[in-house]
Design a binder for this molecule. Structure first.
Ligand SMILES: Nc1nc2c(ncn2[C@@H]2O[C@H](COP(=O)(O)OP(=O)(O)OP(=O)(O)O)[C@@H](O)[C@H]2O)c(=O)[nH]1
Length: 240
């Protein structure tokens, strides 16, 4: 079923940034979550933006995931961190340096966005490679506790169910924060709307799953999204 533009515009949106050292499995993870498929070899030298409509808690949700290709600390990806509503930090359980890198990334994220502003999850990937393990699960869990984020060990290759739990919980957490903010804004604008005789502020969230296709966009779309978001914020403020 095709969704009307009007419905799409009214649909809530959550933006996810997936970050971590090169080769930890960020692209494989993103594609696995969105398509349930595993792509073994995936090479890209640009950040990729995936868009898909998912159903979370019986409500349609537009999800955008940016798979950040360059997470060098010297070229820390500030833009996607400011852009994102939630952030997934990935390391590889067979490589100690990827956890050290993840710790640095978590610290940078906290510097840019305070802890309450951006829900985070830490994922230790490649759990199928037990014989090559360099990082015990407790080490990853400890880092997660220290940085106030959820933690899961997963294997994208083996399609761990924790991948879906991690993303779904993160989306759900973000939606409840967004909804409580929206309720506050809505009640103020509704009150003003009533005073000036305008009661059309309520928006209906369509309860249909439009998912299935992943649209891969280039980085320019990311900038466009941010500009639109800024404009949306401006309009919302102006209408109050
Ligand atoms: N054994 C195993 N290999 C995995 C798993 N997830 C990803 N890989 C492999 O790890 C390699 C890197 O995966 P990518 O998804 O390209 O990693 P990336 O973090 O996006 O890498 P960059 O694009 O360089 O930043 C690929 O060869 C994948 O097949 C996993 O759960 N288990």
């Amino acid at each position: 079923m095709k969704m009307k533009t009007e419905d799409k515009n009214n649909m809530p949106k959550v933006r996810i940034a997936v970050i971590g050292k090169s080769n930890v499995g960020k692209s494989a993870l993103t594609v696995r979550y969105l398509t349930r498929r595993y792509i073994g070899e995936y090479r890209s030298n640009t950040d990729l933006l995936y868009r898909q409509t998912l159903t979370i808690n019986n409500s349609a949700l537009e999800v955008e995931i940016v798979d950040v290709c360059s997470c060098d600390l010297a070229r820390f990806p500030e833009e996607p961190i400011y852009w994102a509503d939630v952030c997934v930090v990935v390391y590889d359980i067979t490589s100690k340096k990827t956890l050290a890198h993840a710790v640095e990334l978590l610290q940078r994220v906290h510097q840019l966005r305070s802890q309450n502003q951006i829900p985070l999850v830490l994922l230790g990937n490649k759990a199928d490679l037990e014989h090559l393990r360099e990082i015990e699960e407790i080490e990853g869990r400890t880092v997660a506790v220290q940085h106030g984020c959820q933690f899961y060990e997963v294997s994208v290759a083996e399609n761990s169910s924790s991948i879906y739990t991690a993303f779904d919980l993160l989306l759900s957490e973000c939606r409840s924060v967004q909804s409580s903010q929206k309720t506050r804004k809505f009640s103020v604008s509704k009150m003003i709307g009533t005073l000036i005789g305008n009661n059309n502020n309520g928006k209906v969230i369509p309860n249909t799953n439009q998912g299935g296709t992943v649209v891969v966009c280039q980085k320019s779309d990311l900038y466009k999204s941010r500009v639109l978001k800024r404009r949306h914020n401006f309009t919302a403020t102006a209408s109050l």
